[in-house]
Design a binder for this molecule. Structure first.
Ligand code: PEP
Ligand code: MN
Length: 463
Protein backbone atom coordinates (compact mmCIF):
# COMPACT_ATOMS: atom_id res chain seq x y z
CA UNK A 1 0.00 0.00 0.00
CA UNK A 2 1.22 3.46 -0.77
CA UNK A 3 1.81 5.41 2.46
CA UNK A 4 0.33 8.32 0.58
CA UNK A 5 -2.90 6.45 0.41
CA UNK A 6 -2.86 5.19 3.98
CA UNK A 7 -6.03 7.13 4.62
CA UNK A 8 -7.74 4.44 6.63
CA UNK A 9 -4.91 4.68 9.16
CA UNK A 10 -5.07 8.44 9.03
CA UNK A 11 -8.77 8.61 9.63
CA UNK A 12 -8.56 6.28 12.62
CA UNK A 13 -6.21 8.63 14.43
CA UNK A 14 -7.34 10.84 17.23
CA UNK A 15 -5.20 13.92 16.92
CA UNK A 16 -6.82 15.70 19.85
CA UNK A 17 -4.73 13.83 22.41
CA UNK A 18 -3.36 16.11 25.05
CA UNK A 19 0.30 16.91 24.71
CA UNK A 20 0.64 16.47 28.44
CA UNK A 21 0.08 12.72 28.32
CA UNK A 22 2.63 10.94 30.48
CA UNK A 23 4.27 9.20 27.51
CA UNK A 24 4.96 12.51 25.84
CA UNK A 25 6.23 14.01 29.07
CA UNK A 26 8.71 11.20 29.46
CA UNK A 27 10.15 12.14 26.07
CA UNK A 28 11.68 15.22 27.68
CA UNK A 29 14.19 13.04 29.58
CA UNK A 30 16.80 13.79 26.90
CA UNK A 31 17.12 17.26 28.41
CA UNK A 32 18.78 15.70 31.47
CA UNK A 33 21.42 13.96 29.34
CA UNK A 34 24.62 15.37 27.87
CA UNK A 35 23.31 17.06 24.73
CA UNK A 36 25.76 17.83 22.02
CA UNK A 37 25.39 19.45 18.61
CA UNK A 38 22.39 21.47 19.83
CA UNK A 39 22.14 25.17 19.00
CA UNK A 40 22.37 27.73 21.76
CA UNK A 41 19.06 29.50 21.21
CA UNK A 42 19.47 33.14 22.22
CA UNK A 43 16.00 33.41 23.71
CA UNK A 44 14.51 30.50 25.67
CA UNK A 45 10.98 31.98 25.65
CA UNK A 46 11.03 32.30 21.88
CA UNK A 47 12.15 28.68 21.57
CA UNK A 48 9.39 27.47 23.90
CA UNK A 49 6.75 29.45 21.96
CA UNK A 50 7.76 27.87 18.64
CA UNK A 51 7.93 24.42 20.23
CA UNK A 52 4.37 24.87 21.49
CA UNK A 53 3.18 25.87 18.01
CA UNK A 54 4.82 22.74 16.61
CA UNK A 55 3.14 20.64 19.28
CA UNK A 56 -0.25 21.92 18.13
CA UNK A 57 0.48 21.46 14.42
CA UNK A 58 -0.62 18.40 12.41
CA UNK A 59 1.88 15.54 12.24
CA UNK A 60 3.84 15.30 8.98
CA UNK A 61 3.68 11.50 8.75
CA UNK A 62 1.33 8.94 10.27
CA UNK A 63 1.94 5.98 12.51
CA UNK A 64 0.45 3.50 10.03
CA UNK A 65 2.93 4.60 7.35
CA UNK A 66 5.80 4.44 9.81
CA UNK A 67 4.90 0.86 10.82
CA UNK A 68 4.68 -0.10 7.19
CA UNK A 69 8.20 1.18 6.63
CA UNK A 70 9.43 -0.88 9.59
CA UNK A 71 7.99 -3.96 7.84
CA UNK A 72 9.83 -3.01 4.65
CA UNK A 73 13.13 -2.55 6.48
CA UNK A 74 12.60 -5.92 8.17
CA UNK A 75 12.25 -7.49 4.71
CA UNK A 76 15.51 -5.86 3.66
CA UNK A 77 17.26 -7.21 6.76
CA UNK A 78 16.10 -10.69 5.73
CA UNK A 79 17.38 -10.21 2.16
CA UNK A 80 13.91 -9.92 0.61
CA UNK A 81 14.19 -6.23 -0.32
CA UNK A 82 16.91 -3.62 -0.75
CA UNK A 83 16.90 -0.17 0.88
CA UNK A 84 17.85 2.93 -1.12
CA UNK A 85 18.16 6.14 0.88
CA UNK A 86 19.26 9.25 -0.92
CA UNK A 87 19.16 13.02 -0.94
CA UNK A 88 21.03 16.13 0.06
CA UNK A 89 23.56 16.32 2.84
CA UNK A 90 21.62 19.40 3.94
CA UNK A 91 18.32 20.50 2.46
CA UNK A 92 17.92 24.26 2.25
CA UNK A 93 14.80 26.41 2.28
CA UNK A 94 15.89 28.16 -0.93
CA UNK A 95 16.35 24.89 -2.84
CA UNK A 96 13.08 23.33 -1.68
CA UNK A 97 11.52 24.23 -5.02
CA UNK A 98 9.24 22.06 -7.13
CA UNK A 99 11.92 21.49 -9.79
CA UNK A 100 14.67 20.52 -7.39
CA UNK A 101 12.42 18.21 -5.39
CA UNK A 102 11.07 16.57 -8.54
CA UNK A 103 14.59 16.01 -9.92
CA UNK A 104 15.71 14.39 -6.67
CA UNK A 105 12.69 12.11 -6.49
CA UNK A 106 13.11 11.17 -10.14
CA UNK A 107 16.77 10.29 -9.56
CA UNK A 108 15.92 8.03 -6.63
CA UNK A 109 13.10 6.37 -8.58
CA UNK A 110 15.34 5.78 -11.59
CA UNK A 111 18.11 4.34 -9.42
CA UNK A 112 15.62 2.09 -7.71
CA UNK A 113 14.22 0.82 -11.02
CA UNK A 114 17.74 -0.14 -12.09
CA UNK A 115 18.44 -1.75 -8.71
CA UNK A 116 15.13 -3.62 -8.71
CA UNK A 117 16.18 -5.23 -11.96
CA UNK A 118 19.68 -6.02 -10.74
CA UNK A 119 18.60 -7.44 -7.42
CA UNK A 120 15.30 -8.95 -8.60
CA UNK A 121 13.95 -7.53 -5.38
CA UNK A 122 11.71 -4.67 -4.36
CA UNK A 123 13.58 -1.51 -3.47
CA UNK A 124 12.53 0.38 -0.34
CA UNK A 125 12.81 4.04 -1.31
CA UNK A 126 13.61 6.78 1.20
CA UNK A 127 14.53 10.39 0.56
CA UNK A 128 16.95 12.26 2.82
CA UNK A 129 14.19 14.79 2.43
CA UNK A 130 11.45 16.78 4.17
CA UNK A 131 13.42 17.26 7.38
CA UNK A 132 17.15 17.14 6.61
CA UNK A 133 17.65 20.74 7.71
CA UNK A 134 20.10 20.36 10.61
CA UNK A 135 23.79 19.46 10.58
CA UNK A 136 26.30 18.38 13.22
CA UNK A 137 29.49 20.42 12.88
CA UNK A 138 33.07 19.72 13.90
CA UNK A 139 33.37 23.11 15.60
CA UNK A 140 30.90 25.47 17.28
CA UNK A 141 32.45 28.46 15.55
CA UNK A 142 33.99 29.33 12.22
CA UNK A 143 36.67 31.98 11.68
CA UNK A 144 37.16 33.86 8.41
CA UNK A 145 39.58 36.73 7.97
CA UNK A 146 39.89 37.15 11.72
CA UNK A 147 36.12 37.19 12.28
CA UNK A 148 34.66 34.38 14.42
CA UNK A 149 30.95 33.51 14.20
CA UNK A 150 28.79 30.50 15.13
CA UNK A 151 29.06 27.62 12.63
CA UNK A 152 26.27 27.08 10.12
CA UNK A 153 24.11 24.28 11.58
CA UNK A 154 21.58 23.93 8.78
CA UNK A 155 18.68 26.10 7.66
CA UNK A 156 16.61 24.79 10.58
CA UNK A 157 18.95 26.67 12.95
CA UNK A 158 20.72 29.59 11.30
CA UNK A 159 21.68 31.10 7.92
CA UNK A 160 24.70 30.15 5.81
CA UNK A 161 25.61 33.75 5.06
CA UNK A 162 28.69 34.73 7.08
CA UNK A 163 27.24 37.64 9.06
CA UNK A 164 26.48 37.92 12.73
CA UNK A 165 22.74 38.33 12.15
CA UNK A 166 22.49 35.34 9.82
CA UNK A 167 24.56 32.99 12.01
CA UNK A 168 22.55 33.72 15.15
CA UNK A 169 20.31 30.68 15.84
CA UNK A 170 16.67 31.65 15.35
CA UNK A 171 13.89 29.37 16.68
CA UNK A 172 11.50 30.71 14.03
CA UNK A 173 13.57 28.59 11.65
CA UNK A 174 12.19 25.47 13.37
CA UNK A 175 8.75 26.55 12.24
CA UNK A 176 10.02 27.16 8.71
CA UNK A 177 11.63 23.69 8.83
CA UNK A 178 8.19 22.29 9.57
CA UNK A 179 6.36 24.21 6.82
CA UNK A 180 9.08 23.51 4.23
CA UNK A 181 9.02 19.83 5.18
CA UNK A 182 5.23 19.85 4.81
CA UNK A 183 5.35 21.34 1.31
CA UNK A 184 8.18 18.98 0.32
CA UNK A 185 6.20 15.99 1.56
CA UNK A 186 3.18 17.22 -0.34
CA UNK A 187 5.17 17.11 -3.59
CA UNK A 188 6.71 13.76 -2.66
CA UNK A 189 3.24 12.37 -2.11
CA UNK A 190 2.04 13.80 -5.43
CA UNK A 191 4.99 12.83 -7.61
CA UNK A 192 5.23 9.27 -6.37
CA UNK A 193 1.75 8.58 -7.64
CA UNK A 194 2.52 10.21 -10.99
CA UNK A 195 4.42 7.61 -13.03
CA UNK A 196 7.92 9.03 -12.78
CA UNK A 197 9.46 5.63 -12.32
CA UNK A 198 7.98 4.27 -15.52
CA UNK A 199 10.28 1.42 -16.50
CA UNK A 200 9.31 1.84 -20.11
CA UNK A 201 11.57 4.91 -20.10
CA UNK A 202 14.74 3.06 -19.15
CA UNK A 203 16.30 3.61 -22.57
CA UNK A 204 15.70 7.32 -22.35
CA UNK A 205 17.61 7.50 -19.04
CA UNK A 206 20.55 5.86 -20.68
CA UNK A 207 20.82 8.62 -23.26
CA UNK A 208 22.68 10.71 -20.71
CA UNK A 209 25.58 8.28 -20.96
CA UNK A 210 25.82 8.21 -24.73
CA UNK A 211 28.99 10.26 -24.88
CA UNK A 212 30.68 8.39 -22.05
CA UNK A 213 33.19 5.58 -22.49
CA UNK A 214 31.16 3.23 -20.30
CA UNK A 215 27.98 3.68 -22.30
CA UNK A 216 28.00 0.11 -23.59
CA UNK A 217 28.03 -1.24 -20.07
CA UNK A 218 24.77 0.52 -19.21
CA UNK A 219 23.31 -0.02 -22.61
CA UNK A 220 23.41 -3.78 -22.25
CA UNK A 221 21.70 -3.60 -18.86
CA UNK A 222 19.15 -1.12 -20.21
CA UNK A 223 18.54 -3.45 -23.14
CA UNK A 224 17.95 -6.35 -20.76
CA UNK A 225 15.47 -4.32 -18.72
CA UNK A 226 13.76 -3.13 -21.89
CA UNK A 227 13.42 -6.71 -23.14
CA UNK A 228 11.97 -7.85 -19.81
CA UNK A 229 9.52 -4.95 -19.82
CA UNK A 230 8.36 -5.74 -23.38
CA UNK A 231 7.95 -9.38 -22.45
CA UNK A 232 5.82 -8.50 -19.46
CA UNK A 233 3.79 -6.03 -21.52
CA UNK A 234 3.18 -8.74 -24.11
CA UNK A 235 1.95 -11.00 -21.33
CA UNK A 236 -0.61 -8.37 -20.43
CA UNK A 237 1.15 -6.94 -17.36
CA UNK A 238 -0.44 -3.70 -16.24
CA UNK A 239 2.27 -1.04 -16.18
CA UNK A 240 -0.17 1.50 -14.87
CA UNK A 241 0.21 -0.32 -11.54
CA UNK A 242 3.82 0.86 -11.43
CA UNK A 243 2.76 4.47 -11.57
CA UNK A 244 2.27 4.57 -7.82
CA UNK A 245 5.18 3.76 -5.52
CA UNK A 246 5.89 3.91 -1.81
CA UNK A 247 8.34 6.68 -0.96
CA UNK A 248 9.38 7.48 2.59
CA UNK A 249 10.94 10.51 4.28
CA UNK A 250 14.11 10.20 6.38
CA UNK A 251 16.41 12.63 8.16
CA UNK A 252 18.97 12.82 10.95
CA UNK A 253 17.09 13.25 14.22
CA UNK A 254 19.48 15.93 15.38
CA UNK A 255 17.45 18.92 16.62
CA UNK A 256 15.74 17.37 19.59
CA UNK A 257 13.59 20.45 20.28
CA UNK A 258 12.00 19.87 16.87
CA UNK A 259 11.78 16.08 17.11
CA UNK A 260 10.19 16.17 20.55
CA UNK A 261 7.62 18.79 19.54
CA UNK A 262 6.52 16.68 16.55
CA UNK A 263 6.11 13.47 18.50
CA UNK A 264 2.57 12.18 18.94
CA UNK A 265 0.80 9.28 20.59
CA UNK A 266 -0.76 6.79 18.20
CA UNK A 267 -4.33 6.26 19.29
CA UNK A 268 -4.35 2.69 17.95
CA UNK A 269 -1.52 1.46 20.14
CA UNK A 270 -0.72 4.17 22.68
CA UNK A 271 2.87 4.17 21.37
CA UNK A 272 4.85 7.34 20.78
CA UNK A 273 5.94 8.13 17.20
CA UNK A 274 8.17 10.92 16.01
CA UNK A 275 5.90 12.24 13.27
CA UNK A 276 8.48 14.57 11.69
CA UNK A 277 9.50 11.78 9.27
CA UNK A 278 9.14 8.06 8.75
CA UNK A 279 12.77 7.13 9.49
CA UNK A 280 15.19 8.98 11.77
CA UNK A 281 18.86 8.31 12.25
CA UNK A 282 21.46 9.15 14.88
CA UNK A 283 24.69 10.52 13.43
CA UNK A 284 28.22 9.30 14.04
CA UNK A 285 28.87 12.28 16.32
CA UNK A 286 25.81 11.90 18.54
CA UNK A 287 25.56 8.15 19.18
CA UNK A 288 26.95 8.21 22.76
CA UNK A 289 25.12 5.60 24.80
CA UNK A 290 24.30 8.01 27.63
CA UNK A 291 23.69 10.96 25.32
CA UNK A 292 20.51 12.87 24.57
CA UNK A 293 19.99 11.48 21.06
CA UNK A 294 20.09 7.81 22.05
CA UNK A 295 17.81 8.58 25.02
CA UNK A 296 15.27 10.36 22.81
CA UNK A 297 15.16 7.90 19.91
CA UNK A 298 14.96 4.93 22.29
CA UNK A 299 11.51 6.26 23.27
CA UNK A 300 9.90 6.56 19.84
CA UNK A 301 8.57 3.64 17.81
CA UNK A 302 9.83 4.64 14.35
CA UNK A 303 12.34 2.54 12.46
CA UNK A 304 15.67 4.21 13.26
CA UNK A 305 19.26 4.11 12.11
CA UNK A 306 22.60 4.67 13.78
CA UNK A 307 25.67 5.71 11.79
CA UNK A 308 28.78 3.70 12.66
CA UNK A 309 32.24 4.91 11.68
CA UNK A 310 35.53 2.99 11.65
CA UNK A 311 36.15 3.46 15.38
CA UNK A 312 32.88 1.74 16.39
CA UNK A 313 33.45 -1.47 18.36
CA UNK A 314 31.32 -4.60 18.64
CA UNK A 315 30.65 -3.59 22.25
CA UNK A 316 29.33 -0.21 21.05
CA UNK A 317 27.08 -1.91 18.52
CA UNK A 318 25.69 -4.44 21.01
CA UNK A 319 25.10 -1.77 23.67
CA UNK A 320 23.24 0.36 21.12
CA UNK A 321 21.08 -2.62 20.20
CA UNK A 322 20.23 -3.22 23.86
CA UNK A 323 19.17 0.36 24.44
CA UNK A 324 17.48 1.11 21.11
CA UNK A 325 15.95 -2.25 20.32
CA UNK A 326 15.57 -4.19 23.59
CA UNK A 327 12.64 -6.16 22.17
CA UNK A 328 14.53 -7.05 18.97
CA UNK A 329 11.68 -5.79 16.81
CA UNK A 330 12.27 -6.67 13.12
CA UNK A 331 12.91 -3.51 11.09
CA UNK A 332 13.42 -1.33 14.15
CA UNK A 333 17.18 -0.84 13.90
CA UNK A 334 19.47 -0.17 10.94
CA UNK A 335 23.22 0.26 11.25
CA UNK A 336 24.44 2.65 8.57
CA UNK A 337 28.19 2.11 8.30
CA UNK A 338 30.48 4.81 6.93
CA UNK A 339 33.95 3.35 7.15
CA UNK A 340 35.82 4.71 4.14
CA UNK A 341 36.83 2.68 1.11
CA UNK A 342 40.23 1.83 2.54
CA UNK A 343 38.85 0.59 5.88
CA UNK A 344 35.55 -1.13 5.21
CA UNK A 345 37.07 -4.53 4.42
CA UNK A 346 38.80 -4.59 7.84
CA UNK A 347 36.44 -2.59 10.02
CA UNK A 348 33.07 -4.00 8.98
CA UNK A 349 33.50 -7.80 9.39
CA UNK A 350 34.05 -7.81 13.19
CA UNK A 351 30.94 -5.65 13.70
CA UNK A 352 28.72 -7.78 11.49
CA UNK A 353 30.06 -11.00 13.01
CA UNK A 354 29.77 -9.75 16.58
CA UNK A 355 26.16 -8.68 16.08
CA UNK A 356 25.27 -11.91 14.30
CA UNK A 357 26.93 -14.06 16.98
CA UNK A 358 24.99 -12.22 19.68
CA UNK A 359 21.80 -13.26 17.92
CA UNK A 360 20.73 -9.68 17.24
CA UNK A 361 19.13 -8.74 13.96
CA UNK A 362 19.71 -5.37 12.36
CA UNK A 363 19.62 -4.12 8.78
CA UNK A 364 23.14 -3.33 7.51
CA UNK A 365 23.21 -0.37 5.16
CA UNK A 366 26.32 1.23 3.66
CA UNK A 367 26.91 4.98 3.52
CA UNK A 368 29.86 5.16 1.10
CA UNK A 369 29.98 8.96 1.30
CA UNK A 370 31.09 10.11 4.75
CA UNK A 371 34.24 8.00 5.12
CA UNK A 372 35.55 9.25 1.78
CA UNK A 373 35.54 13.03 2.10
CA UNK A 374 38.69 14.83 0.94
CA UNK A 375 39.74 18.38 0.13
CA UNK A 376 40.79 19.03 -3.48
CA UNK A 377 43.98 20.97 -4.18
CA UNK A 378 41.80 23.95 -5.15
CA UNK A 379 40.05 23.88 -1.79
CA UNK A 380 36.76 22.03 -2.41
CA UNK A 381 35.32 19.52 0.05
CA UNK A 382 34.79 16.61 -2.32
CA UNK A 383 34.81 12.83 -2.79
CA UNK A 384 36.07 10.54 -5.54
CA UNK A 385 33.43 8.56 -7.40
CA UNK A 386 35.80 5.58 -7.50
CA UNK A 387 36.21 5.61 -3.68
CA UNK A 388 32.43 5.69 -3.24
CA UNK A 389 32.05 2.76 -5.60
CA UNK A 390 34.92 0.91 -3.93
CA UNK A 391 33.27 1.20 -0.51
CA UNK A 392 30.01 -0.16 -1.96
CA UNK A 393 31.88 -3.09 -3.52
CA UNK A 394 33.70 -3.67 -0.20
CA UNK A 395 30.35 -3.73 1.56
CA UNK A 396 29.06 -6.47 -0.75
CA UNK A 397 32.31 -8.42 -0.45
CA UNK A 398 32.20 -8.38 3.35
CA UNK A 399 28.63 -9.66 3.45
CA UNK A 400 29.33 -12.25 0.79
CA UNK A 401 32.31 -13.47 2.82
CA UNK A 402 30.28 -13.77 6.02
CA UNK A 403 27.08 -15.07 4.47
CA UNK A 404 25.19 -12.06 5.88
CA UNK A 405 22.76 -9.68 4.22
CA UNK A 406 23.71 -6.37 2.57
CA UNK A 407 20.43 -4.55 3.13
CA UNK A 408 20.89 -1.24 1.36
CA UNK A 409 22.62 1.97 0.30
CA UNK A 410 22.60 5.44 1.86
CA UNK A 411 23.71 8.18 -0.57
CA UNK A 412 24.17 11.92 -0.76
CA UNK A 413 22.84 12.91 -4.17
CA UNK A 414 20.89 15.49 -6.07
CA UNK A 415 18.87 15.32 -9.26
CA UNK A 416 20.66 18.30 -10.72
CA UNK A 417 23.75 18.61 -12.84
CA UNK A 418 26.07 19.83 -10.08
CA UNK A 419 29.83 19.22 -10.02
CA UNK A 420 30.71 18.30 -6.46
CA UNK A 421 32.10 14.74 -6.66
CA UNK A 422 35.23 13.92 -8.72
CA UNK A 423 35.08 11.35 -11.51
CA UNK A 424 32.29 9.28 -12.99
CA UNK A 425 31.69 9.01 -16.72
CA UNK A 426 31.44 12.79 -16.88
CA UNK A 427 35.08 12.77 -15.68
CA UNK A 428 34.72 15.75 -13.36
CA UNK A 429 38.22 16.88 -12.38
CA UNK A 430 39.39 19.41 -9.79
CA UNK A 431 38.92 22.36 -12.14
CA UNK A 432 35.53 20.92 -13.11
CA UNK A 433 34.39 21.22 -9.47
CA UNK A 434 34.37 25.01 -9.96
CA UNK A 435 31.67 24.80 -12.62
CA UNK A 436 28.68 24.07 -10.42
CA UNK A 437 29.61 23.45 -6.81
CA UNK A 438 26.43 24.33 -4.87
CA UNK A 439 26.26 22.28 -1.70
CA UNK A 440 26.49 24.16 1.59
CA UNK A 441 27.88 21.16 3.45
CA UNK A 442 28.90 17.82 1.86
CA UNK A 443 29.41 17.02 -1.86
CA UNK A 444 26.62 15.12 -3.61
CA UNK A 445 26.55 12.81 -6.61
CA UNK A 446 24.85 14.54 -9.53
CA UNK A 447 22.05 12.93 -11.53
CA UNK A 448 24.35 11.18 -13.96
CA UNK A 449 26.77 9.91 -11.30
CA UNK A 450 23.80 8.61 -9.27
CA UNK A 451 22.48 6.61 -12.21
CA UNK A 452 25.96 5.38 -13.04
CA UNK A 453 26.35 4.11 -9.49
CA UNK A 454 22.97 2.40 -9.66
CA UNK A 455 23.92 0.61 -12.90
CA UNK A 456 27.21 -0.57 -11.41
CA UNK A 457 25.54 -1.80 -8.20
CA UNK A 458 22.79 -3.49 -10.23
CA UNK A 459 25.44 -5.30 -12.22
CA UNK A 460 26.93 -6.55 -8.97
CA UNK A 461 23.53 -7.56 -7.54
CA UNK A 462 22.55 -9.47 -10.66
CA UNK A 463 25.59 -11.78 -10.55
C1 PEP B 1 25.39 13.04 7.27
O1 PEP B 1 24.73 12.01 7.04
O2 PEP B 1 25.30 14.07 6.59
C2 PEP B 1 26.38 13.01 8.38
C3 PEP B 1 26.75 14.09 9.03
O3 PEP B 1 26.82 11.76 8.59
P1 PEP B 1 27.70 11.14 9.78
O4 PEP B 1 26.90 11.25 11.02
O5 PEP B 1 27.88 9.72 9.33
O6 PEP B 1 28.99 11.91 9.83
MN1 MN C 1 26.75 14.75 4.89
Amino acid sequence: MNPLRASSHVLEHDFSLSASAAELDSLAAWRERPRIQQPTWPDEDARATVAERLRQAPPLVFAGEVDQLADRVASAARGEAFVLMGGDCAETFADSTADRIRNKIRTILQMSAVLTYGASMPVVKMGRMAGQFAKPRSGDTETRDGVTLPSYRGDGVNGFEFTEASRLPDPERLWRMYTTSASTLNLMRAFTTGGFADLREVHAWNQGFIAGPEYARYESLARDIDRAVRFMAACGYDFEALRSVEFYAAHEGLLLDYEEALSRIDSRTGQVYDCSGHFLWIGERTRQLDGAHVEFLAKVSNPIGVKLGPTATVEDALALIDVLDPERRPGRLTFITRMGADRIRDALPPLVEGVRDAGAEVAWVTDPMHGNTITSSNGYKTRRFEDILDEVVGFFEVHEGLGTIPAGLHMELTGDDVTEVLGGVGEIDEIGLERRYETLVDPRLNHRQSLELAFLVAERLSR
